[in-house]
Design a binder for this molecule. Structure first.
Ligand SMILES: Cc1cc2nc3c(=O)[nH]c(=O)nc-3n(C[C@H](O)[C@H](O)[C@H](O)COP(=O)(O)OP(=O)(O)OC[C@H]3O[C@@H](n4cnc5c(N)ncnc54)[C@H](O)[C@@H]3O)c2cc1C
Length: 512
């Protein structure tokens, strides 16, 4: 049986094998708002110079904090596409495409349909010219959403299933085949140790030691393991590596890269319209759909024509928990007439190559709150001048970028009718100066701070001088692995959890 140690969890626990050489998961939950001494495992686990008016500002900051994001929240599991996998090292790309992404979907109880309206809309869209550039599907969802049945109909009760059941650590545990400990920590197998925060990883040559702190009584507990898998997330894993005692012994090429490249991906503002039909098919107010247009990554010369997915919602609020009552108006906040047209919104979700200008900076040893440099992605100069060229070879000015978004928006809306009239953006507001633009980005998809081999659009060759190799092993440190969003070589257009699950499955085979 392999020995492995993993520092993470969806819930608060440390897992170890009863023989002491086991697998350790830990995840304390404690919030900075609580009274008491300064907490390094609560909110505000980094600081930044920026404020909302500057380029270096992380919007939605609490989503990046320790303990605050241990589940993939809304359970959308779209699939990373082939053109994005070109940014992954060849062997990883091949394995993901040859089955692991599918297997990841099955592992997460992928369910696709939200019912007849969604099916009908997808069928119509697939007959449109848009299908030449986009693979159009209902957005795959993980079935931890307790309020919908697999066929998309609302469940009769809330919370009949637990939410947030997936995390990399749990997957690894299951896949590696470790079993629960016999009892009270005195037998082989797995043991859950609640409320323990990993403070230090030490390399003793033949084994590692993890220094953990009990978040309730502050006591230290030291655990040993032959293999360690860090899975504390794209902010915390680099912090842990950098502050750990093993840091000075890491390969010289690895050290300066720890924490560098932290990246999210740009998303546009939503653009709305109201619709009653697609072709002759009615779209009733109690119908609903969540549809994804995956770019096929077709090229115009050297450019990728559409380096983004389009996400579409029809009667969006319908399946949000706060609007879960199927008898209530499902048309969204700006359309309260139950007999009126359905609300349709779209937004553009770009991929993003790792941004070397972003960094989780070093903090003094055993200090827990480093500075983070992180660009927010509403700045058009940065997007047009740096991000889109690196990703897609786009060399477009601001208006040319918006022209692409407006052209696709127009093509999509042209498929729909509102009481016989062509669907138009609400208030005739399009993308462009004074209209819709880009938001802060989706920091909850942050990735890339302990990267695997990676490239950009313009670099033909992969950079293999990276923190982890293709097998997610820290370069030059055998038996120390990373398996969380920090290893990603790209922040994908698709929500990232399916890719991470596929990587966890791959690692489990490697460890097994
Ligand atoms: C609001 C929201 C909605 C989202 N929706 C989706 C979605 O629909 N689909 C999708 O694909 N993605 C979604 N995401 C993104 C997804 O949740 C994250 O990308 C993913 O959870 C990151 O996984 P991870 O394993 O890297 O880190 P995490 O999920 O953050 O897990 C890290 C774990 O390690 C623990 N930890 C950290 N430091 C330590 C330490 N020192 N010792 C012990 N334990 C530690 C943390 O408490 C946490 O449990 C969403 C994110 C947010 C915030």
């Amino acid at each position: 049986m392999p020995t492995a140690a993993t520092t993470t969890a969806t819930h608060s626990y440390v897992i170890e094998r009863g023989d002491g050489a086991g697998l350790h998961l830990s995840s304390p939950i404690r919030w900075s708002q609580e009274p008491g001494p300064p907490l390094h495992f609560g909110c505000d686990t980094f600081w930044q110079y920026g404020n909302p008016g500057t380029q270096h500002y992380i919007g939605e900051k609490p989503q990046l904090n320790f303990g605050g994001r241990s589940i993939f929240w809304s359970g959308l599991i779209p699939t990373i596409q082939g053109w994005e996998l070109d940014f992954f090292p060849p062997q990883v790309r091949q394995d993901l495409q040859n089955g692991l992404l599918l297997e990841a979907g099955a592992t997460m109880n992928e369910s696709r349909s939200m019912g007849t309206t969604a099916k009908a809309v997808v069928a119509k869209l697939r007959q449109s010219p848009l299908a030449a550039d986009f693979v159009i599907e209902e957005t795959p969802r993980a079935l931890h959403q307790p309020y919908l049945k697999p066929d998309g109909t609302p469940a009769s009760e809330f919370f009949t299933e637990p939410t947030g059941v997936f995390n990399t650590a749990e997957l690894l545990v299951n896949q590696v085949g470790l079993t629960p400990g016999i009892k009270h920590g005195d037998g082989p197998g797995l043991h859950l140790l609640l409320n323990h925060y990993v403070e230090d990883v030490q390399n003793h040559g033949s084994h590692f030691q993890l220094v953990t702190r009990n978040t309730l009584n502050n006591q230290i507990r030291v655990l040993s393991a032959g293999t360690v898998v860090l899975a504390a997330g794209s902010i915390e894993s680099p912090k842990l590596l950098r502050r750990s005692s093993l840091y000075p012994g890491l390969a010289d090429a690895v050290k300066p890269q720890i924490g560098r490249g932290l990246t999210d991906h740009p998303t546009s503002n939503e653009i709305n319209t109201f619709v009653t039909h697609i072709d002759t098919v009615p779209i009733p107010k109690n119908g609903h759909a969540k549809i994804i247009f995956y770019s096929r990554g077709i090229r115009n010369g050297t450019e990728i024509r559409y380096p983004f997915n389009v996400e579409m919602n029809i009667n969006h609020e319908y399946w949000h928990l706060r609007e879960n009552d199927p008898s209530a108006d499902g048309g969204g906040f700006s359309n309260n007439n139950p007999l009126g047209p359905s609300r349709l919104d779209i937004k553009f979700s770009f991929a993003n190559c790792l941004d070397d200008g972003n960094e989780i900076k070093p903090a003094p040893p055993f200090a827990y709150v480093p500075e983070i440099l992180f660009r927010n992605l509403s700045w058009m100069d940065h997007l047009a001048g740096s991000r889109f060229p690196a990703l897609a070879g786009w060399h477009k000015n601001h208006q040319e970028v918006f022209d692409v978004l407006n052209s696709v928006t127009g093509q999509i809306f042209a498929q729909f009718r509102n009481n016989g009239q062509p669907a138009q953006p609400e208030n005739n507001t399009w993308y462009g100066q004074g209209g819709k633009g880009f938001g802060w980005g989706t920091v909850h998809h942050a990735a890339g701070s302990l990267r695997m081999p990676h490239k950009t659009h313009d670099t033909a060759a992969f950079n293999f001088q990276t923190v982890v190799d293709e097998d997610l092993c820290v370069t030059g440190t055998p038996n120390l692995y990373v398996c969380d969003m920090s290893v990603m070589p790209l922040s994908s257009a698709a929500n990232p959890v399916r890719t991470l699950v596929a990587l966890a499955l791959r690692l489990s085979r490697h460890l097994g």
